[in-house]
Design a protein around this ligand. Structure first.
Ligand SMILES: CC(C)(COP(=O)(O)OP(=O)(O)OC[C@H]1O[C@@H](n2cnc3c(N)ncnc32)[C@H](O)[C@@H]1OP(=O)(O)O)[C@@H](O)C(=O)NCCC(=O)NCCS
Length: 265
């Protein structure tokens, strides 16, 4: 596979999201699994269904291939450690310049997000009917989110549910806490029409400003990205691992232009 020559300088002022439709990708699972570190190859071996194994392997392969490009290293130099709640990061001692990453899968889609200066989290969710949506809302939404949600016309609610859910999960993944943090303690309802919101978490032990961005990458999926700090004027790129394609995104408020770059990858 011809991957672009990129390095971590490309990440200085940007965030990058790499995306792949795992079922369409021509990556060879047999070859990819041989490249993965032992622990990940073992995990792959534990999936009951081949399709889930293939998707996991291809997602990991994308994550590590792209990291390798930024770091100019191969798979074996990329040691990960995980925090108490399972968030993976590069093993080397934390410094302000190290690359942060996060990965999310939903069905056949995998997205990986990379940044250099801010903690990052990403989530993608396939939009589908959810019989116990009301129960989840009662338990996991803040009062403001519930109020906003209930004021929406019925037809768009499932889509909004997943949009809120992706925002929440991206934020919790950027914070590194995942679902160990009370979902209803944060409020991500924001402005319905803005793709970007900045929120504050009022807790002393957690860095308190976070930017959340909605992303519209694949039809039928809700996706969001969260970054530590307040970013009002951020540039980003979405690169498709396979088939090769690239979008440049301006996350500027009220100017969320997405335009195709058409880079050959
Ligand atoms: C993180 C979490 C929200 C992911 O949910 P999900 O919708 O099932 O999965 P996604 O596809 O979006 O993300 C999965 C990836 O997120 C990453 N991840 C795992 N834990 C994470 C965390 N706490 N923060 C950020 N990212 C995390 C991993 O890379 C994982 O990929 P992997 O399973 O292939 O290793 C969920 O697994 C969670 O809450 N984990 C925390 C569990 C916890 O608190 N454990 C404490 C044990 S004491």
């Amino acid at each position: 596979m011809n991957l672009p020559q990129i390095d971590n300088r490309d990440l200085h002022n940007e965030i990058h999201v790499w995306a792949v439709d795992l079922d369409q990708s021509n990556l060879s699972c047999v070859e990819a699994i041989q490249e993965l570190p032992e622990a990940e190859a073992k995990k792959a071996g534990r999936f009951h269904f081949k399709i889930h194994q293939d998707r996991y392997v291809k997602g990991r392969f994308m994550l590590r291939s792209v990291l390798g490009m930024y770091l100019n290293s191969d798979f074996y130099d990329q040691e990960f450690h995980t925090n108490l709640y399972g968030k993976p990061a590069l093993q080397k001692p934390p410094d302000d310049h190290s690359i942060r990453f996060n990965i999310s899968n939903s069905e056949n889609i995998c997205v990986c997000a990379f940044s250099q200066y801010s903690e990052i989290g990403i989530d993608i969710e396939k939009i589908h009917d959810l019989p116990d949506m009301d129960r989840i809302i009662a338990r996991s939404f803040s009062e403001e989110e519930k109020r906003r949600f209930c004021s929406l016309p019925l037809p768009g609610r499932t889509q909004t549910f997943f949009k809120y859910w992706a925002r929440k999960e991206a934020l919790l993944k950027a914070m590194g806490m995942g679902m160990s943090y009370s979902l209803n303690k944060i409020d991500i309802a924001g402005n319905e029409n803005s793709p970007q919101l900045v929120i504050k978490i009022e807790e002393s032990d957690i860095s308190n400003q976070w930017t959340i961005l909605d992303m519209d990458i694949f039809t039928g999926f809700a996706s969001a990205l969260a970054l530590q700090g307040e970013h009002r004027d951020l540039a980003g790129r979405v690169r498709f691992f396979h088939p090769a394609d690239e979008y440049v995104i301006s996350f500027k408020e009220k100017n969320n232009n997405i335009f195709l770059c058409g880079a050959e990858i």
